[in-house]
Ligand binder design. Structure first.
Ligand code: NAD
Length: 423
């Protein structure tokens, strides 16, 4: 079978990793080559240059991306990331994982993702706003509530979504809340969306603990990344009576064996913009954090953090993947041999896209739900998905990641088959 060669820019480690994962389950599912070759590549990639007037008066041009991996099950859905490492390959991998995640959860979306190569931490609010608005303008043709809906990801938040919603609405001439999710409540955001990813991680950990007969009370939890996903996960795990003994961010980590006071840590982080320097805790590096003895380890930062270099040294019972793609396929083999129970990313962090779906539905209907309704429905959706994955793992005698991918990829492949190939 002739596979089109990847453009140099697509040629990223993360993209190759996503394709390797797909190939592994394609074999198990016996996917026909025509379907597999379509799923290995994104359906559509848009690369844009984004000129921005900086505060200095100079114009700086940034590179931005929006990728639709596969839209067979519905409009594109996926986050927007601002990071210096953003490239076409990484964004395509993240879009591919969104495709499997939405299918696994039974959400009527395809997979998409976007990014701008920039370091927003060094930019003023005005520069970030001009960047966001111009990026939105450049990708306007490929987004919309029936086309592709954006959401926050690394280094983007509610404010970013509000700017995108406003720019899009200005262009079409009326308010279109459904073009983004994760926006402020006052303009059509959903209650519970900000916490949804972390809340979903916690629901999955609870399920995994009961499956593994591991008591949650007093269990030691370690979290890498203290942003949206990591900080909410840590706070909710703390509320459940676990001991969150270490957390980190890009600047470093803090460790306290008796358990960190998460409310105080959040205050410290808001003031200092980092967890580093938190009193009543020891400093710890991101590398050492991974090897701490604990019951639950939650990577909630970036891709490819658990590799063959450190997979043999992890000392957790459960690895709950808050981040997308934190574990390489080679590391997966080691974790499997060592009996570490992995809650795979496309299941573990799917709370975010699930409540994004609820937000989109609320926006389209102009009818808003209570937070209790949202959290109850989120729990139902995630627990159902967790149990389906666990049952598939038992049935096919595979690990949780393989089972989750088999269900997600299998549903997309079915969609491809029944829709057929146009023209
Ligand atoms: P965020 O920007 O809010 O937080 C990222 C955190 O990771 C920050 O604390 C940052 O300092 C830290 N970090 C960055 N690089 C690091 C490094 N090299 N070592 C240690 N820490 C580092 O981002 P987020 O929205 O919390 O996203 C985190 C992960 O979760 C990403 O993989 C993202 O794709 C995934 N995710 C996010 C959502 C969501 O709803 N926001 C949903 C699903 C998956």
């Amino acid at each position: 079978m002739a596979v089109p060669s990847l453009q140099h820019e697509m040629d990223s480690e993360t993209y190759h990793m996503a394709v390797r994962q797909l190939d592994l389950v394609a074999d198990r599912l016996g996917l026909e080559s025509g379907v597999l070759s379509r799923l290995r590549l994104p359906q559509r990639c848009m690369v844009v240059s984004v000129p921005v007037m900086m505060d200095s008066g100079e114009t700086q041009v940034f590179i931005g991306y929006r990728v639709h991996h596969n839209l067979v099950l519905g409009p594109g859905k996926g986050g927007l990331r601002y990071h210096l490492s953003v490239g076409l390959g990484d964004v395509s991998a993240l879009a591919m994982w969104m495709t499997w995640k939405c299918a696994l959860l039974g959400l009527p979306f395809g997979g998409a993702k976007g990014g701008v190569q920039c370091d927003p931490t060094t930019m003023s609010a005005g520069e970030r706003e001009r960047l966001t608005r111009r990026y939105t303008q450049e990708i306007l043709l490929v987004i919309g509530p029936q086309v592709d809906i954006l959401a926050p990801d690394v280094n983007t938040n509610e404010e970013t979504m509000a700017w995108i919603m406003d720019t899009y609405s200005m262009q079409v001439g009326y308010s279109v809340p459904g073009v983004v999710t994760g926006k402020p409540i006052v303009i059509g955001g959903s209650l519970g969306r900000r916490e949804a990813t972390g809340r979903g991680v916690v629901y999955c950990v609870q399920e995994a603990c009961s499956l593994q007969k591991l008591p949650l009370q007093g269990a030691r939890v370690v979290v890498q990344g203290f942003g949206n996903v990591g900080s909410v996960t840590a706070a909710l795990m703390h509320e459940l009576g676990t001991r969150v003994i270490a957390v980190s961010d890009v600047h470093g980590g803090v460790y306290h064996e008796a358990g960190l006071d998460i409310a105080e840590l959040l205050k410290h982080q808001r003031e200092k913009k980092t967890v580093v320097g938190f009193p009543e805790a020891e400093a710890i590096t991101n590398a050492d954090l991974f090897t701490l003895p604990c019951e639950v380890l939650v990577p909630a930062a970036l891709e490819r953090q658990i590799t063959t270099d450190n997979a043999g040294k992890l000392q957790c019972r459960i690895l709950a993947e808050g981040a997308n793609g934190p574990t390489t396929p080679e590391a997966d083999v080691i974790l499997r041999e060592r009996g570490i129970f992995v809650i795979p990313d496309i299941l573990c962090n799917a709370g975010g896209v699930t409540v994004s779906y609820f937000e989109w539905v609320q926006d389209l209907q102009n009818y808003f739900w209570t937070e209790t309704q949202i959290n109850r429905r989120l729990k139902q959706v995630l627990i159902k998905a967790f149990r389906e994955v666990s049952a598939e793992a038992d049935r096919a005698q595979v690990d949780m990641r393989t089972a989750a991918l088999m269900l997600g990829v299998g549903r997309v492949a079915s969609g491809e088959r029944v829709r057929g190939l146009f023209p």
